[in-house]
Design a protein around this ligand. Sequence first.
Ligand code: ADP
Ligand code: MG
Length: 563
Amino acid sequence: MIHRLDPETRSKIAAGEVVARPASVVVELIENALDAGAETVETDVDGDGTDRIRVADDGHGMAEADAALAVERHTTSKLAAADDLETVETLGFRGEALPSIAAAAARLELTTNDGGPRGTRVVVDGGENAPGGERDKTVSPAGRARGTTVDVTGLFADRPARRKSLASSKAEFARVSAVVTRYALTRPDVRFVLRHDGRETLATPGTGRFADALLAVYGRDAASHASTFDAAREVEAAGETATVDVDGALCHPEVTRSRRDHVHVSVNGRALAEPRLRRAVADGYGTLLPDGREPVGVVRVRLPPAWVDHNVHPAKDEVGFRDADAVAEAVEASVRDALSTADLRRSGEVAMDLDSSLAPVEAASVFDDLRVIGRFRGLYLLCEADDELLVVDQHAAHERINYERLREAVESAGIDSAAVDPPATVSLSPADAALLDANRDLVEKLGFRVVEFGEGGGTGTYRVEAVPAPLGRPFAPDALADVVADVAAGDDADPRDELLKDLACHPSIKAGDDLTDDEAARLVERLGSCGTPYTCPHGRPTVLAIDEETFVRGFGRRSGRLG
Ligand code: ADP
Ligand code: MG
């Protein structure tokens, strides 16, 4: 039941402009649809959004009396009294969105049905003769299945200053697209459709699976290199504790973007461009990400309503937290844990299919129960595994991991590349230049974008605009010369595979010697997930094992620990 908020509650609600641009209208209408329990939310935008925005849902709809009230100021079904502001669980609560939108637009038409035989249409029409003035409201019966459609035309028609402040049609639609995407990814259980000028630009299936929503937004490569996670952490503030639930899906570190916009967060169901939480997610990736690259992922945070204040910002862009640092810390730790375990093993499983011939059957089990207990000379990791001491050659292990992941990347969609800005200039010998020409497809598939200076070529000087960034580490542009030289030096074996082996050993993508404990543990775990963990790509061993028996004999003991 919709009712009018009392003056006390109204005075506590953050005042200000709700409708700043077309994207803010879309946010409000989508949030209303989600509050109504919609399973499908379809958004249509014409031009920059001032021409038309229409959002249709299949939620619970409204009865006639409620529909007529909904477009009035301070009317809401979601908040009864001022105290409820502390505990509100719906996305809306101010009762201001629909009237504000109606006031900012030439016309707002709301068609709704709460499941009865007949629906209701409410039209708030300013008309050209009433600029900024009184608006007519008409209520009439209408045919519609259960749900609600809000159709807003002529946004800012009588607010020329506001219209002027808008960016280009493309830029305004990009903002709309960003907010729809954010909701589509954080609510994979809801089917979202977005159309621009009648053309579908986004459609998620609403299956509830993050992978399906990621697939719709970012494509197969990102979706297949993502892992879901679900964690709970205790936070403390002013002597009280609360549980923060964090779940979502994280793309593996080989899938990166140059901006942080692709970290999608929500807090208690509200999708937000929350910079602190986005940073916390990126921090959780830590050194897995190359410099200047940002992760792709979906992270949903839930905490008791009283620990969050959604009422700090009129357009609800930001939220207040009882302890923002503690929440950020919980998010960062959840992401870090999630990345250190399941997801990286999964890429190994794929690699195993590609090279089953060499995978020792009993080998993988050695890595199952393995613990890094120390390091020797910055080169070797000492690991305890059942009754053996394993010595892992850090570099050889890293080469093996790189090689398998590179090969997997090339088999599927190609290796991620990173732009070189400004582009670097690299000279190749004529022979190498010829080899580059001959292997151009492969070199580009590996992630290089290279343009030769001078018309018609033949200068031997190249502009390197992008470099491979496999496993999140961009190559130095000079590596172009190395890679081409490697092709030249390659014997008659599959030149592509030779190249991958050389790439895997290239210093640009090798880890430094000073691994932290976490990095060491992750390295060994990733080695264990390789199809062929026991040798580096060039066939040298990655692991030596010394069994307990050796120590027993060496120390002249009669038996092992249990004896
Ligand atoms: P608020 O969301 O803050 O309550 P709004 O102005 O956005 O305020 O909406 C006013 C009321 O109209 C809501 O409380 C809700 O009861 C009703 N309403 C708005 N949109 C929908 C919708 N899509 N489906 C069902 N009810 C809706
Ligand atoms: Mg609302």
